[in-house]
Design a protein around this ligand. Structure first.
Ligand SMILES: *Cc1c(COP(=O)(O)O)cnc(C)c1O
Length: 432
């Protein structure tokens, strides 16, 4: 099961990505390696930008949530495609700056930005800070005053949506560590505070309801609740938000059991609600910001590994051990996330071997998946795990002192290194 049209099987029966043979890529770049199809990321960026503009007007701006996959090359790509970015730390801001990303198109998020983070953001001219809490408003006001500046902000609001029960629940998620809840009155209180705090210029509101969501109903609920909140704030304070950031969270297909999602249609259905509710509430249509991470980059990426052993435990299970694991993909260990895997040189053959795909770490929980259907490999074969473009490299560690894999970008029949493989010397670089 190959899941995506940029993946295919060539005449030799090998898996290809962007038309390039994955067995050859493994030989050329070594394993483990992340391979990404650049055109897939660019196409997704264009889908978001064009659909957002069509639905919300020319001022609409999708932001790439760069925590999904962060390195300088991705910021350059996103800048070329005309999107903004969402950064969540000083390290992401630094990487964006190193890539020359236009600072006015950066939104800076996080529930605990340090004074240093805030100073760094102001120093580089970050366009918008998404403020999480009252302490942050005070710190930001003080720092902006010191620097003789007024900073544009949004406020992070908790609309009270549980995306996985597909309903808006009055109390749902009020206990989140992020933002201020509407239902408790905290959201209105912090809005009043932001309006009264010097050196801050409030543009509007932000919400983010969750991740890997397939159903558009929770997004439409969020759009509905946030539009009503804008109207309530206007009635209570006279302030009318000019910007509404609806966060990220649209899902992607990791396995054949996941639905195929039409991202453009999802954006259109969310837009219809905002337009309808804004008109009904008598407020101007705000500038709408979307913030996809996973759905921009996940599908573009695969990870290539080399098989070290196949262990069959009769009456129990089969293990395939590969030369990576939780250090390059911790998502199964963290959330039991499911993936699809193929033996690259036999990608067209039936996946008739039921196996646990295990990493090489000294840790029983170091697994990439259990109960996976795959061709039976042999030592030395290349295994491809699909849809690893988001939250893999970004979450990678050096556990067991394993160097992080490289990122190889393929485009129009050529492959180039975008991030070099870490060396053993890199591993001891900071050791004193
Ligand atoms: C993680 C996150 C996103 C992106 O989520 P995806 O599920 O990757 O689309 C967007 N906005 C905020 C505030 C986030 O924390």
């Amino acid at each position: 099961m190959i899941l995506y049209p940029h993946l295919d099987v060539n005449g030799e029966g090998h898996l290809t990505i962007g038309g390039m043979d994955t067995v050859a890529l493994a030989r050329e770049f070594g394993t483990p390696a992340y391979i990404m199809d650049e055109n897939v990321i660019r196409t997704q960026c264009r889908t978001y930008l064009q659909t957002a503009r069509r639905c919300f007007g020319e001022s609409a701006l999708p932001l790439y949530a760069s925590k999904a996959l962060c390195f300088t090359g991705i910021y350059r790509l996103v800048a070329e495609e005309g999107l903004g970015v969402d950064c969540v730390s000083g390290g992401e801001l630094y990487t964006a700056r190193a890539a020359g990303f236009p600072a006015e198109r950066i939104y800076f998020h996080g529930n605990n930005k340090t004074d240093d983070d805030l100073r760094q953001a102001l120093d580089m001219g970050v366009g918008t800070i998404v403020a999480d809490n009252a302490d942050e408003l005070d710190a930001l006001s003080r720092i902006a005053a010191e620097m003789g500046r007024t900073q544009r902000i949004l406020l992070r609001i908790t609309p009270g949506i549980d995306p996985h029960t597909h309903r808006a629940i009055m109390t749902g998620n009020v206990d989140s560590k992020f933002g201020s809840a509407i239902v408790t009155g905290a959201a209105l209180d912090i809005t009043k505070k932001a309006l009264a705090t010097p050196h801050l210029s409030l543009a509007g509101f932000h919400c983010h309801i969750g991740s890997q969501i397939f159903d558009t109903a929770p997004f439409r609920d969020a759009a509905d609740i946030m539009t009503r909140f804008i109207a309530d704030v206007k009635a209570a304070t006279g302030f009318e938000a000019s910007e509404l950031n609806l966060g990220g969270g649209l899902g992607v297909r990791y396995t054949e059991h996941d639905p195929v999602i039409d991202h453009a249609a999802a954006i259109e259905s969310i837009a219809a609600i905002v337009r309808e509710r804004a008109a009904a509430a008598g407020i101007a249509m705000p500038r709408v910001i979307l913030e996809p991470g996973r759905s921009l980059v996940a599908a573009a990426g695969i990870t290539l590994y080399t098989v070290g052993s196949v262990k069959e435990i009769p009456g129990f299970k089969n293990y395939i051990s590969v030369d990576g694991g939780m250090p390059d993909n911790p998502r199964y260990a963290l959330y039991q996330s499911e993936y699809t895997a193929l033996v690259a040189k036999r990608a067209g053959e039936p996946a008739d071997f039921l196996a646990t795909l295990a990493g090489r770490c000294c840790e029983s929980g170091d697994l990439i998946g259990e109960g996976m259907r795959i061709q039976r490999p042999e030592r030395g074969d290349t295994v491809a795990v699909l849809c690893t473009g988001a939250y893999n490299f970004a979450m990678a560690s050096n556990y067991n002192r394993l160097p992080r894999p490289p990122i190889v970008m393929v485009k129009d029949g050529r492959a180039r290194l975008a991030v070099r493989r870490e060396s053993y010397a890199d591993l001891v670089r900071n050791d004193l």
